[in-house]
Design a protein around this ligand. Structure first.
Ligand SMILES: N[C@@H](CCC(=O)N[C@@H](CS)C(=O)NCC(=O)O)C(=O)O
Length: 261
């Protein structure tokens, strides 16, 4: 058997067999553009943890992937075949498995940790608000209003917790899990800028009117340890272009190969 290292594997066809277990390193099955997988990559990057990437075409799911968890990513697989699912579980795993490496993405103070967990749903609410706009593709005032309200809630949280010298949500030196969660919808909003959805989504929402949200996005993007873990603008915009050609109400599954870094 050929020894597997850290080279990225691509699963591009429904008939592609499951790759042999990597005997040396864990493997993250994912997709470059998936925000849940991105969160896991960032949490692992903060802990300087090494794994092999396996990029999956979610429009051409293999039977073995469907059998694992219905065809979702992320999946984290150990050399012995044990698999862990769910992005939040994996973010905590990264934190607990590598305590001596990199930095912690949890605030030290338990009150701040609790605040962080209370605030995570703000990112999920923002995501679903603009995803609704994006799925409909038609301009709808109530969707714009809803998205702006959710963005304002995030901005208010950032104002309340702001500390001079930090653009992160809890005023920390390094990003926390909350920054990783907030960054996911904020980056997808920012990536509408100058995209094929600029006029329909970016302009009416007015992302630039939420300065602390924007500063958080920029601070996460500027971290050198995240450089190879972040979803890049151009691959995301390929997906937006495909979405633009698709009838309203229809989803585009994250595809391969030309969306890659
Ligand atoms: N609760 C899961 C959600 C993961 C998820 O929805 N991933 C999307 C890609 S962004 C997916 O795998 N979609 C495939 C599908 O819906 O069939 C997590 O947090 O890990």
């Amino acid at each position: 058997m050929v020894e597997q290292g850290l080279e990225t594997i691509y699963i591009e066809e429904e008939t592609t067999p499951k790759p042999a277990l990597n005997e040396k390193y864990p493997r993250l099955y994912g997709h470059h553009n998936c925000p849940f997988v991105e969160k896991v990559r960032l949490a692992f990057a903060a802990r300087n943890a090494v794994y092999q990437k396996c990029e999956v075409d979610l429009g051409k799911k293999t039977p073995w992937h469907l059998a694992i968890n219905g065809g979702l990513v992320p999946i984290y697989e150990f050399p012995d075949g044990t698999q862990l699912l769910e992005s939040k579980i994996l973010m905590d795993y990264a934190e607990e498995a590598f305590p001596e490496q990199g930095y912690s993405t949890l605030p030290v103070d338990p009150v701040q940790r609790a605040l962080m967990r209370l605030a995570i749903p703000l990112s999920e609410q923002l995501f679903s608000a603009f995803y609704t706009m994006f799925m409909k593709k038609a301009h709808d005032e109530s969707d714009v209003k809803n998205t702006k309200e959710k963005l304002q809630k995030m901005e208010d949280f950032l104002v309340q917790n702001h500390k001079d010298g930090s653009s992160f949500a809890l005023g920390t030196e390094n990003p926390t899990q909350l920054d990783i969660h907030f960054h996911a919808p904020l980056s997808r909003l920012e990536f509408f800028r100058n995209s094929c959805f600029h006029d329909e989504i970016f302009e009416p929402i007015g992302f630039d009117d939420y300065p602390l949200c924007k500063a958080l996005f920029e601070a996460v993007q500027a971290r050198p340890e995240f450089e190879h873990a972040l979803t890049k603008r151009r691959p995301h915009q390929y997906y937006l272009e495909k979405m633009k050609e698709t009838p309203s109400g229809h989803k585009v599954q994250l595809f391969l190969p030309h969306v890659l870094e």
